[in-house]
Design a protein around this ligand. Structure first.
Ligand SMILES: Cc1cc2nc3c(=O)[nH]c(=O)nc-3n(C[C@H](O)[C@H](O)[C@H](O)COP(=O)(O)O)c2cc1C
Length: 346
């Protein structure tokens, strides 16, 4: 039976970022945010090491697998594998503009091939009961009118996809790198709002450029959900308030130290199983962002976590350094706030 996922806020799929270590870390910060894997190609899943690519911790639910591909049969098999492994959603990437992805005929270039995308969705839906969703852009190259976007959404919806996550900018398939394609084409939030007005029955999530909780909250008057990528990665504690403020879940908010402690236990177990600290520690550099101890925390991890044999003591010490800096600054503030008695000057 289809179960309804709460999509009010999701962390975007990000290659080389949203691996299982990062997702575990995010789950220590928010119990409710919807998590996505990195994009995995059908080829990698069908021919690669499935445990390494698709393994996850139970705590990561709700969890969506993002697929890259354009062969309906292969996508259907991968969707089945995802559902069997317990993923809560399968998402098809129609937004990645990289050359490699284009030459394999998937990602953003498929915005110009709505019939093929519809065929992919239809086959995937035949295979699974979990939601099959699409993450896309507002357009590509010259194929970027609102009418083009409507045609794409309508065609894909006809195949049974009723959830669209729209990165609110177009992609240029030639001339811009994937990174530039995340910054240079201007954000077009109004296009996404219009799409929601024109397709009120669809779930429309907006993505691109959100960095504060206030900005995110302001979106719910226009769209159903928000997806955030870079801000969640670089300033992870931003997510600490979302359970209460967005999902209405008022269980205790974790402190940075609570999160670090949880991650230390996780890292300890993984190191015993042969994982390297550096592969885990790199995702938590942003934990103290905006906090007085952020630099000390980041520096300690960057300097020590990659060393052979590095263990959880590096994480413990990084946390202690962050706390010491914070306490010193606090103490200095308190000292400077003490009124100086005139006699003390003599
Ligand atoms: C390092 C990096 C890797 C990304 N990899 C993917 C990916 O695998 N699949 C995808 O759909 N989008 C990917 N994206 C795009 C993000 O999902 C998101 O659409 C984009 O960053 C805009 O959102 P933001 O402004 O909140 O970061 C990636 C973005 C970054 C920064």
């Amino acid at each position: 039976m289809l179960h309804k996922l709460d999509r009010r806020l999701a962390i975007a799929p990000m290659m080389d970022r949203t691996d299982r270590h990062y997702r575990y870390f995010m789950r220590l910060i928010s119990r409710r945010v919807l998590l996505y894997t990195e994009m995995l190609t059908t080829g990698a899943i069908l021919h690669g090491n499935r445990e390494r690519l698709l393994g996850y911790s139970e705590i990561e639910h709700p969890l969506a697998l993002q697929l890259g591909g354009s062969d309906p049969e292969q996508l259907a098999v991968c969707a089945r594998i995802a559902a069997d492994l317990g993923y809560d959603e399968v998402n098809l990437n129609i937004g990645c503009p990289s050359d490699r992805v284009q030459s394999a005929r998937f990602g953003a270039c498929l915005m110009a091939e709505s019939a093929l995308v519809a065929a992919c969705i239809a086959r995937m839906r035949q295979q699974v009961n979990i939601p099959v969703t699409v993450k896309t852009r507002t357009g590509i190259d010259q194929h970027d009118s609102y009418a083009d976007l409507v045609e794409f959404v309508r065609t894909v919806n006809t195949a049974g996809c009723d959830t669209f996550i729209i990165h609110a900018r177009k992609a240029w398939l030639q001339g811009l790198s994937p990174k530039e394609n995340r910054d240079i084409p201007p954000l077009q939030y109004a296009t996404v709002y219009q799409l929601k007005r024109d397709f009120p029955g669809l779930h429309i999530s907006i993505n691109g450029g959100f960095t504060t909780l206030e900005q995110i909250q302001s979106q719910y008057a226009m769209v159903d959900g928000v997806m955030i990528g870079r801000a969640a990665y670089h300033d992870s504690y931003l997510l600490a308030d979302v359970d209460a403020k967005i999902f209405g879940d008022h269980r205790t908010k974790p402190t940075r130290q609570d999160i670090l402690d949880g991650f230390i236990s996780y890292a300890k177990e993984n190191i015993v199983r042969g994982a390297c600290l550096k592969h885990m520690a790199r995702h938590i550099l942003g934990l103290y962002q905006g906090h007085a101890g952020a630099r000390a925390f980041r520096r300690h991890l960057s300097e020590h976590a990659h060393k052979p044999g590095a263990g959880i003591e590096i994480l413990i010490r990084a946390g202690m350094l962050a706390q010491i800096v914070e306490k010193n600054i606090h103490a200095q503030k308190n000292i400077s706030a003490i009124p100086v008695h005139p006699d003390m000057h003599s």
